[in-house]
Design a binder for this molecule. Structure first.
Ligand SMILES: O=P(O)(O)OC[C@H]1O[C@H](OP(=O)(O)OP(=O)(O)O)[C@H](O)[C@@H]1O
Ligand SMILES: Nc1ncnc2[nH]cnc12
Length: 162
């Protein structure tokens, strides 16, 4: 992992996981651990953008499909939307409700949990679309930013805590 001070804005200590993704053994280990974090699931949800990489890899391991949790204006047709606060701004996520089979157990994956705004919004979208959140799994949890508390009762697995 690369740590970068003052990125993308002053005051943020940015944790960049691209070196982990670029290493075959590390990517395999992280993917497998995340894929199996919350038992059997029907779908893996990936949070745009960095979560897409891990979710697609985990879904290939599990033999499931991927739910694309996208930034606004990217999905055609009917969408559900949730807005949230981030460490360095605000955001909105959208999903196609038709991509979540009724009652599907959904594993929500991302690289980093910071304030928890992104993951909480993704969990709300899964539930509103008719799925059940099996849990959230991330490679890194930034403990000082309170994401675990923000998620409330949703089970969280973090491979590393900083
Ligand atoms: O817990 P939170 O405070 O919500 O922050 C975590 C989110 O922030 C980063 O994404 P970012 O919004 O920077 O988008 P990107 O994946 O497109 O780089 C990261 O990949 C998580 O999705
Ligand atoms: N400090 C941080 N490093 C990497 N990704 C983040 N997402 C939100 N805060 C972050």
């Amino acid at each position: 992992m690369r740590v970068q001070q003052d990125f993308p804005i002053p005051g943020v200590l940015f944790r960049d996981l691209t070196p982990v993704l670029a290493d075959a053994a590390a990517l395999r280990a992280v993917t497998r651990a995340l894929a199996h974090a919350h038992g059997p699931v029907d779908v893996v949800a990936g949070l745009e953008s960095r979560g897409f990489l891990l979710a697609a890899a985990a879904a290939a391991v599990l033999g499931t499909g991927v739910l694309a949790v996208r930034k606004p204006g990217k999905l055609p047709g009917d969408v559900l939307s949730e807005s949230f606060e981030l460490e360095y701004g605000t955001g909105t996520f959208q999903v196609h409700p038709s991509d979540v089979p009724d009652g599907a157990r959904v594993l929500v994956l991302d690289d980093v949990l910071a304030t928890g705004g992104s993951a909480t919004a993704a969990c709300r979208l899964v539930e509103r679309a008719g799925g059940t959140v099996a849990g959230v799994a991330v490679a890194i949890e930034l403990v000082d930013l309170g994401g675990r508390a923000a998620l409330g009762p949703v089970p969280l697995v973090a491979l590393r805590r900083w």
